[in-house]
Design a protein around this ligand. Structure first.
Ligand SMILES: C[S@@+](CC[C@H](N)C(=O)[O-])C[C@H]1O[C@@H](n2cnc3c(N)ncnc32)[C@H](O)[C@@H]1O
Length: 372
């Protein structure tokens, strides 16, 4: 049985995982507080734990609530629509503790900010995840295009987010999710019938990847489950803890969701935007050769973008910006490549050249790229 994560002090890897959850939610929430096409915002933490660790450090549910307040109440003071948190925890004892911890957190927050009422609603649930996820009322919420959903799935191990759950998650409108998965364990027990009942390990190319790329291989497997032709974005973040590799997988059907998650990942990993260790064997910052300015990931993606522009497969800025996103890079990488090609006199721009590389769904100044 997995050890109880809330009974000891969160280790460094867990703290980083929680920081990424919090940072991602902080990027996500304001978009939907302000979105006029969204009537309500629902946040689900399906494996919520008891609320704190042994030293009272906040766990995911309290982190989400704190981020939702924002510095100087910058988010909660602007919330004018229904915003509801659902914190589910499968253990009765932990769920009761979570109720206590959340009530105390809200009371303390109200007091500290002189609020009579909290604008956010929350419910503590105590269900087995599979039962809750297949609940008809929950399904209705997930299928509702007027409700934005942020979903955290901080499972132990790998058995809960199986192929069926994943396919449902990617089918829901306005639903962004992050799940945790123990990738080393899938690799170690890939031939075991227990593993195979949840994950089709024959579809994961572990042999092709080195040990530290195990989570990349697992992310590739989930990427292969996305129907061909569907516009969908997945990114991953590998977390090394001792000798084991775990990781996060993020999914969204919107470029803005992907932009925001990538921003968080590149903040946490300035070398590759996808790991809490040097996954691509780059020169470390401050190392003797760091000044060479090489970066394996960005250099490889830039090279590919150049090739695709010169072979005319990328012929406008929107396609190019999206390509950078899909490859796990911030879209500004594309504009940098375009500038280099202009400087080298290899291309010309038809339309108005601009360096816009954020909010790419709203780009008004579309330009075409012509080879010279
Ligand atoms: C990794 S911990 C989550 C920790 C939490 N995110 C935090 O920050 O404290 C996973 C939690 O899921 C609960 N759990 C395990 N299996 C579950 C299931 N099938 N349904 C619901 N909860 C489950 C465990 O009791 C545990 O508290």
């Amino acid at each position: 049985m997995a050890k109880n994560i809330n009974k000891t002090t969160f280790d460094e890897a867990t703290k980083q995982k929680l920081e990424i959850f919090g940072d991602s939610f902080k990027e996500w929430l304001p978009v939907f507080i302000h979105d006029k096409y969204t009537d309500a915002v629902f946040i689900f933490d399906f494996f919520a734990g008891s609320g704190t660790d042994a030293d009272n450090n906040p766990g995911s549910p309290l982190i989400l609530l704190d981020k939702a307040k924002g510095e100087n109440r910058k988010y909660c003071s602007k919330a004018q629509k229904t915003i509801k948190f659902f914190f589910n925890e499968g253990s009765v004892r932990k769920s009761n503790k979570l109720q206590e911890n959340t009530d105390a957190f809200i009371e303390q927050c109200k007091k500290a900010n002189s609020c009579l009422q909290c604008v956010y609603e929350y419910r503590i649930l105590n269900y087995d995840f599979q039962e809750l996820f297949s609940n008809t009322a929950i399904k209705k919420v997930f299928e509702n295009n007027n409700i934005a959903k942020f979903v955290l799935l901080d499972q132990y191990g790998f058995s809960q987010i199986n192929e069926d759950v994943f396919k449902q998650l990617i089918s829901f409108p306005k639903t962004d999710f992050i799940f945790f998965i123990s990738s080393s364990f899938i690799n170690r027990f890939k031939d075991h019938p227990y593993t195979k009942q949840y994950i089709d390990t024959s579809k994961i190319d572990f042999d092709d990847k080195g040990t530290k790329e195990i989570h990349r291989a697992v992310a590739e497997y989930f990427r292969s489950l996305i129907p061909i032709g569907k516009e969908y974005y997945l990114h991953h973040f590998s977390i090394k803890k001792g000798a084991n590799y775990y990781g996060l997988i993020f999914g969204t059907n919107h470029t803005l969701g992907m932009e925001k998650f990538l921003k968080v990942c590149w903040k946490h990993d300035k070398l590759s935007g996808e790991a809490n260790y040097n996954i691509d064997d780059n020169w470390e910052e401050n190392s003797l050769f760091a000044q060479l300015g090489e970066n394996r990931k960005k250099d490889a993606v830039s090279k590919k973008i150049k090739e695709l522009i010169l072979s005319k497969e990328i012929s406008d800025n929107k396609t190019g910006l999206r390509y950078a996103l899909i490859k796990g890079c911030e879209p500004k990488l594309f504009t940098e490549v375009v500038q280099q090609l202009i400087n080298a006199n290899l291309i010309e721009i038809v339309g108005k050249f601009n360096r816009q590389s954020a909010k790419i769904h709203r780009i008004k100044d579309l330009y075409q790229i012509k080879r010279k």
